[in-house]
Ligand binder design. Sequence first.
Ligand code: IPM
Ligand code: MN
Length: 365
Amino acid sequence: MSEVKIVALPGDGIGPEVTQVALDVLETVLEQHDLKLNVTKLPFGGTCYEEFGEPVTDEILQTCKETKVVLLGAVGGPQWDDLSANKRPEAALLKLRSELGVFANLRPIFVHSALAGASTLKEEVIEGTDILIVRELTGGVYFGKPRFTSEENGDPFSVDTMKYSRSEVQRVTRIAFETARLRDKRVCSVDKMNVLESSRMWRKSVLEVAEEYPDVELSHMLVDNAAMQLIRNPKQFDVIVTGNLFGDILSDEASMLTGSIGMLPSASLGGENGLYEPVHGSAPDIAGKGIANPLAAVASAALLCRYSLDLEPAAKKIESAILQLLEEGYRPADIYTEEPGTKLANTGEISNQLLTSLNEMADAS
Ligand code: IPM
Ligand code: MN
């Protein structure tokens, strides 16, 4: 049996609980394809800080780079909020993304018809929504220099820098156009070019790339309008490509179309590397209670099969197991609405259900 080597960084809060479910699902599916999953589990974020005094060590980063495929849970928690910027759990995540060079963050927003009633928005508005947000992940104001805090006439101030180069914009734009070709062939680029210099560079660079893709329709939208349009009429979007900060904000907003941020997976790609993580955070308030929704982590494992292993059938199997679970009425607490025919399910029940249906799929084929 050949091996699939990955690094798992379960992280903090509910990270370990949801990652374990994703790993069990992944192992089961890979076995069905005669592949053996070989997982190196390493500490990351707050848990790593407790052990090593740093949210990530050079050795851990090195192992991630060598292994190329990383499944991450979540980082952060109130006990680490007062640490200096470079010791915070979030700093480890930014370092990892940057060191792996995963500049394109894919966040699919897919509204399962079984869950159309779980959203706070009207069913007829969200039903059929299928958006892919492509967020630039290793540039923009998250990484721009200078970045400092100082003082002017006794008044302290801080500076962050939003910088985008043409090449940074164009490589992520190409990913957006390539993925659009496999979907509805429409890209909407989101910026703030009426105010920001870096957004004017963004738009100009996107327009240049668009010439290489005459078969894909390109539109532009200002970010404030995009925030409104996502709620007003989400079905108008196919692929959205945008910068790091705008993508962070818009993807949290868009997650509510699916009922809960607990449903949103992500894949961060660049070169041969892939980092897979749920979009949600570490949810310290429910950590350890066994009630976390593992579906975003599981769906991230499906993306891992699709993009890093080139194993589309395995990705599809995981996604249909999720669909089946929802259609059978199982609902994790964050999307449970007391609808008739639905039942509240904890993390373990969801895991068992997914593994059972994966095994049934294997027996049937
Ligand atoms: C995300 C998160 C991170 C981000 C945080 C934890 C640094 O919110 O992945 O969306 O801002 O990118
Ligand atoms: Mn975020």
